[in-house]
Design a protein around this ligand. Structure first.
Ligand code: PMP
Length: 357
């Protein structure tokens, strides 16, 4: 008789719902489901990076500590390299920080609806999850409730997303200051901050708050989701602890070369982000004119409930017609999330939505 290996799986892993997606349908006309960049890395930058990659020895491991990449990431946001912990996507850096601070019996404090992988990360790390849901039609953080829950225990670790995926709202610098004064450590995911306003960038707070950890990614604004580079930013002594929870060489040389090339396109990236923010406001206004309830967003996506309140049906009908958005009806009844694409993609989305409605 053999043992049942499933009986040996940790209960918190068994309890997780696997992150799963249906295959991308044939005849897709607009992929607006993953908050990806509508434009790719410019061809010249790709060519230069691929030439640099070709010249490297694939037989060798990447540079230990990704020092060149670390320096470029740090320079792109004006902080010292010692404050940057690169990861295989920001997801890896967030998981590392969740393990370091909340793992093995701590509590991760979330404000749902929020990026669903956080719950998975808590499960992997062996952390419990506590929640203080967003409130109101614009999905605001209930600041006082969140603060009092965050103050609740030595091993309670708040993890906020700003701008928030999927709703698009942000937290203020003053609130982060208050949170850092009550919680031992504060984790803040800023994957979408490049599409936001300058005041939403919380990096300057690292200079005054020792217990703040931020996360950034090159997957969104920098358009390299396929290559997997993100990072944690924290004070050097904190960064060192987070780095311990990431295996060496997790960022491969392909990702490194493309990331360096993408970072060199910063001017274009900024310009593109401004264009996406303008498109976001245009699409939001059009959705509202159709009678949808749209949450105010500072990211490259919009969270909305269609006028008939039947997000699941609208999702299916859009999909059948070649437009892929994200079904968020599990998180909020009737809700969908649409990525802001090119003006043409956005027009296509809006016209097919009108048809579907
Ligand atoms: N944080 C948020 C809020 C996200 O939406 C995502 C990706 N969808 C990530 C982190 C992870 O991104 P990556 O690992 O590609 O950097």
């Amino acid at each position: 008789m053999t043992h049942d290996p499933l009986a040996a799986v940790r209960p918190e892993i068994r309890a997780l719902r696997a992150y799963r997606f249906d295959p991308v349908p044939a005849g897709l006309r607009a992929k607006l489901d993953f908050n990806e960049s509508p434009a790719d890395v410019p061809t010249e930058a790709k060519d230069a990076a691929l030439a640099a990659l070709r010249a490297r020895r694939f037989a060798f491991y990447p540079e230990f500590g990704s020092l060149r990449l670390r320096a470029a990431l740090a320079a792109s946001v004006g902080i010292p390299p010692e404050q940057v912990v690169p990861g295989n996507g920001s997801g890896e850096a967030i998981l590392a920080a969740v393990s370091v601070f909340a793992g093995c019996g701590g509590t991760l404090l979330l404000a749902p609806p929020v990026f669903s992988l956080y719950v998975q990360m808590a499960g992997i790390a062996g952390a419990d999850v506590a929640t203080v849901p967003l409130v109101g039609a614009d999905f605001r953080l209930d600041e006082e409730a969140f603060l009092s829950r965050a103050a609740g225990g030595e091993r309670t670790v708040p993890l906020l997303c700003s701008p928030n995926n999927p709703t698009g709202g942000t937290v203020s610098r003053d609130f982060v200051r208050r949170l850092c004064s009550v919680a031992p450590v504060v984790l803040l995911d800023q994957a979408y901050v490049d599409f936001s306003e300058e005041e939403d960038d919380l990096l300057p707070l690292l200079a005054e708050l020792r217990n703040l950890v931020l996360f950034r990614t090159l997957s969104k604004a920098y358009a390299i989701a396929g290559l997997r580079v993100g990072y944690a930013a924290a004070r050097p002594d904190v960064a060192e602890e987070i780095a311990k929870a990431i295996l060496p060489f997790s960022v491969d040389i392909g990702a490194e070369e493309i990331a360096l090339a993408a970072l060199a396109c910063r001017g274009e990236v900024r310009e593109r982000c401004r264009g996406i923010a303008r498109e976001r406001e245009r699409v939001a206004a059009a959705l509202r004119a159709l009678g949808a309830r749209v949450a105010p967003s500072r990211a490259n996506f919009l969270f909305f409930v269609p006028p008939d309140g039947d997000g699941a049906r609208v999702f299916r009908d859009l999909r059948t017609r070649g437009v892929l958005v994200r079904d968020q009806t599990d998180a909020v009844p009737g809700a969908l999330r649409v990525t802001v694409g090119t003006p043409e993609e956005n027009d296509l989305f809006l016209s097919i939505l009108r048809e579907v409605l």
